[in-house]
Design a protein around this ligand. Structure first.
Ligand code: GDP
Length: 438
């Protein structure tokens, strides 16, 4: 029920210096008056207030109170915030006092953001950006989420949608004219050049999706090579931890071990794989087949060799790989070719160069434009709109009824992207990732 007044602890639960309790809905002002003695603060100005339990009159805390009258609030409704001291007992007493007020209830996960969306304060891509900002662990994830929150994707989609609406009008006019016997399609002159421009612009934005996925989920790097070449040692050196098993016995890493690291602000998922060699051991064979699969699915492969022969692994078509000669502290020069980076996890030689090559690869995936498709849901909707655009172009004026259908479908795909239609289908998935208080 959007008319309920909701409240929740918006900061992380547990002991903290300050805890923020958020309230949204028509009874926010009443709730603030009931708990914060001294009257409503001026709008959007923090004021010190004594927080009392209205049931007993007992003082709960000295806190900051804020009042955000509708519509200039996060949710678009009347909102209030109490910045209380972040002790468990203070928070519990404040929440209990609010729960006892008639017409107030605890918010569900993501309910504040949902209200902001339902009241038109933000679009679906911005809802997703808020979730991504809350989850951001690296600098690039934060930058990408913030760019999403600024709403550029919604702005360009709104521009495309306006164009598509104009095309729909032209097609409708053409259908009306043809009813009157005029079959010259004069209303449709120029429609193909508009569709062509839309196609180029949408394809440019869709091209950012690969980088968006890498930033959000991390660049997947598979470390492959023969047993004992130093794969686990390299993973440990890069992760600066002991997450993988390092052993002198060949074939120790039988399954794939993953470690997530922050490399120059980017999330990178390193996979240490079973050594590639011929073996009769059935368990090791499973490990080797998983290693090959991990390598195939990786964004980048670190292919290691320690001066013995290279194994038979070869990259997928178009897949980037970096070849590294390991243990260069033992054999500094032998068998070294120039496209191979020399590394030693014992001396540390070449590790900075290797990191720099990985970062260089990350930068090479950056899109040219500023609008980024960050989520798979957004990518699917964009790809759907582009497919409709392609079909509409192929139809031309041959079948105007079908053209009308494709243009409507393109509009629907764009509306899905920013959450104007199909909302209920995606809301559940999007808000499931939120916690209470967001
Ligand atoms: P993996 O089977 O490919 O994962 O190889 P490991 O990382 O388990 O290493 C195999 C052996 O090589 C271990 O004894 C490591 O200590 C040794 N090793 C790994 N890297 C280096 C290195 O850079 N220099 C030297 N001298 N030995 C290394």
């Amino acid at each position: 029920m959007t008319n309920d007044t909701i409240f929740a602890l918006s900061t992380a639960p547990g002991r903290a210096g300050v805890a923020v309790v958020r309230i949204s809905g028509p009874l926010s002002a009443d709730a603030l008056r009931a708990l914060a003695r001294g009257g409503l603060p001026d709008p959007r100005r923090a004021a010190v207030r004594r927080i009392v339990d209205p049931r007993t009159g007992e003082t709960i805390d000295q806190a900051l109170a804020l009042w955000f009258p509708a519509p200039s609030s996060f949710t678009g409704e009347d909102c209030a915030e109490l910045h209380v001291h972040g002790g468990r007992a203070v928070v519990a007493a404040t929440l209990a006092a609010l729960a006892d007020l008639p017409g107030l209830r605890m918010a569900e996960a993501g309910e504040f953001t949902r209200r902001a969306f339902e009241n038109g304060r933000i679009d679906m891509a911005q809802v997703e950006a808020i979730a991504d900002l809350v989850d951001a662990e690296t600098a690039e994830q934060r930058r990408q989420a913030l760019a999403g929150l600024e709403g550029r994707l919604g702005e360009v989609v709104a521009g495309w949608r306006a164009e598509v609406l104009r095309l729909r009008g032209l097609v409708a006019a053409d259908i009306d004219f043809s009813d009157e016997g005029d079959v010259g399609h004069s209303a449709l002159t120029g429609i193909d050049s508009t569709l062509e421009r839309l196609h180029v612009e949408m394809s440019d934005v869709l091209a950012s999706a690969a980088h968006g996925r890498i930033v959000a989920d991390g660049l997947r790097i598979a470390i492959v090579g023969r047993p004992n070449v130093g794969k686990s040692s390299l993973l440990n050196a890069l992760a600066a931890s002991d997450a993988a098993i390092v052993s002198e016995f060949a074939g120790t890493t039988r399954d794939v071990i993953e470690v997530k690291i922050d490399l120059d602000g980017y999330a990178v998922v390193l996979s240490d794989t079973a050594g590639l060699r011929h073996t009769e051991d059935p368990v090791e064979r499973i490990g080797i087949s998983r290693a090959r699969q991990t390598a195939c699915e990786a964004d980048l492969v670190l292919h290691l060799d320690d001066g013995g022969s290279w194994d038979d692994w070869s990259p997928q078509v178009g897949q980037r790989s970096i070849r590294a000669r390991t243990k260069c502290d033992l054999a500094p020069t032998i068998g070294f070719d120039s496209d191979t980076v020399r590394i030693s996890t014992k001396s540390g030689e070449g590790l900075e160069k290797l990191r720099a090559l990985i970062v260089q690869h990350l930068h090479s995936t950056r899109p040219g434009g500023s609008v980024v498709v960050a989520r798979e849901r957004q990518r699917v909707a964009m790809a759907g709109a582009i497919a409709c655009c392609e079909r509409a172009r192929a139809l031309g004026t041959r079948d105007v009824e079908l053209l009308d259908h494709e243009i409507r479908a393109m509009e629907a795909a764009l509306e899905t992207l920013i959450g104007r239609i199909g909302v209920e289908d995606v809301l559940g998935e999007v808000f499931a990732r939120f916690c209470v208080g967001k």
